[in-house]
Write a protein that binds this ligand. Sequence first.
Ligand code: GTP
Ligand code: MG
Length: 695
Amino acid sequence: MPRSIITEKVRNIGIIAHIDAGKTTVTERFLYFTGRTYKIGEVHQGTAVMDWMEQERQRGITITAAATTCEWADHVINIVDTPGHVDFTVEVERSLRVLDGGVVVFDAVAGVQPQSETVWHQADRYHIPRICFVNKMDRVGADFWHTIETIRERLSARPLAIQLPIGIEDSYKGVIDLIEMVAWIFPEDITEKAQSQRIPHDLLEQAEKGREQLLEELAEVDDQLLISYVEGHEVSASEMKKAIRRATLVGLLTPVICGTALKNKGIEPLLDAVIDYLPSPEDMPPVVGHVPGQEAELIERAPTDDEPFSALAFKIVADPYGRIAYVRVYSGVMRQGDMVYNSTRNTRERIGRLLHMHANRREEVAEVFAGDIAAVVGPKNTFTGDTLCTEKSPIVLEPIKFPEPVIAVAIEPKTKDDQDRMGEALGRLSDEDPTFRHHYDKETGQTIMSGMGELHLEIIIDRMLREYRVEANVGRPQVAYKETITAPARAEGRFVRQTGGRGQFGVVEIDVEPLPQGSGFHFEDKTVGGVVPREYVLAIERGIREALETGILAGYPVIDVQVRLVDGSYHPVDSSEFAFEMAGSLAIQEALRKAKTILLEPIMNVEVTTPDQFFGDVLADITSKRGQVVGVDQRGHLRMVHAHIPLAETFGYTTDLRSLTQGRATYTMEFYQYQELPQSLRENVTGRMVGGRRR
Ligand SMILES: Nc1nc2c(ncn2[C@@H]2O[C@H](COP(=O)(O)OP(=O)(O)OP(=O)(O)O)[C@@H](O)[C@H]2O)c(=O)[nH]1
Ligand SMILES: [Mg+2]
């Protein structure tokens, strides 16, 4: 069966923004205006199609990224609506990894907010072309131009206003399209179609100025347009659109338009802009990967159906009814019944059913093509970040990087039955969410769960109760400390037992070295001449990895370490994988003792918005929490305080801030980096434990 739509007419986009900017509301309007749904879903009424999880509807926030599809102007738009809350940043990260373009939504009153900055930089990392939608133009205090200014300043971007708003706040009516030079007034009655009309007389001069400025900015970055412009030709709307598209695709400019999703204004032009300015899969450069087992051997796949098949699994959903892997197809075709190769794990997977997803509704398809986003039902051994491809031409695509959990709680099931169900629930939930981890602490007999923040763990606990019926007592949140080394060291590990019968023999020598933050664990075999056979090297690495889960200071995981195996010896009879695993473990523990190991604590990026009169109190409170103020902005009567505060000091901050400011200040918080825990506080941590084991 041929594909029903050519790749050039496909858009894979993500809706990204700060929490509450209106992403889900925008997505719901997309579904309504394109005829996908017949009734508008509302977040605040708990009826949004995209926020289908119980926890989402109750809280009015998005927790999981939901995918859907709609059609507009002969094109297919695959949309992923992402959550804005930082605790669910994993959803943004994996969506951006597989999408081609982004719609960034801003609150017209607040302008760029901290989390929009974060998602913007995430999109930068993946070179995602984007357009900006200044939403909530109906709100008191809405300001299109101020928002554009914050995009320029805080995101270091080049925003390009391609519309002018008509009216503002209560009287916001529509927009002037500076390219076509027409006005759109959006009817109050949603069943009426918006019509373009002549620009109102009193706005004509402003519109002409706006267009002139738009042309100047475009000419600065686009040579083709520059030529027409300096030669004094009348530049046509279609020439302008092409130039804007070129500049957007390479990230030189970001078109900005406005509206109010809640009041159904500005949605059709936004859909047009998605088609006009965001890339199709064909516009994307070939995806790059490497030959399995040879990381330096790079290979490419062009985004066409006749290339060998390759796809990346970016999300696993494991509900009690089955396991589904969401994939992005980069090249080639995958059909039901195909045997595909998981090159990340060197396993094979028989493809059962293939689906297109609409939030939590499913539509079965026989095959999926280059550029598609689809779901595979029932894979057993495919995990987030894995590559699926043809075994004949294998490729390993770059996996997705996820942040480390920073917060932990102890959880104790109430009954034996709960205990059994909890095991299954934990397995499934961590399968879905790479930023959620759990382990069993032998010493305290507790299960420790760790994640990205209080809300993240709260939702997990809630899901365990509702979906898996696990009742449990949950401890207070604790900081997930880490350990790391600060100096290089060499150490030997000997595991030798040779008294009668078959003995044990494994001897290894390793070098360790600190790595920059975020690098993780690297292992390299530097031995020569087969002093340690290959299978034992793997055992050594395993032993080291395991030992690093429990550091020597307070039992917290050790991060950012380079380990080189430099020497070793084996015995033809007594050596075993077990002996080398032990030797590796002993060597790394010895090395950690020599390599000046320190404790690290997570530091958070906090932004507090407070009325002037509480500014002093807010500052003093931040200082008392070992916080450091790194910047202060002023807007009207509000101050925005940007600070770094250790996570340990932020528990309960919502309550503190409320009582300090009579509930008039707000804040957002996200992980910034790990820093050494001051010596004076070390005692508190080494005498306590969670997220690690005391030794
Ligand atoms: N006044 C006004 N309110 C809006 C507009 N768009 C959305 N809202 C409201 O803002 C709130 C948040 O909207 P959502 O669409 O849930 O925002 P979101 O960006 O999806 O939020 P998260 O997914 O939790 O990050 C809801 O109460 C919406 O009704 C708008 O244009 N004007
Ligand atoms: Mg949402």
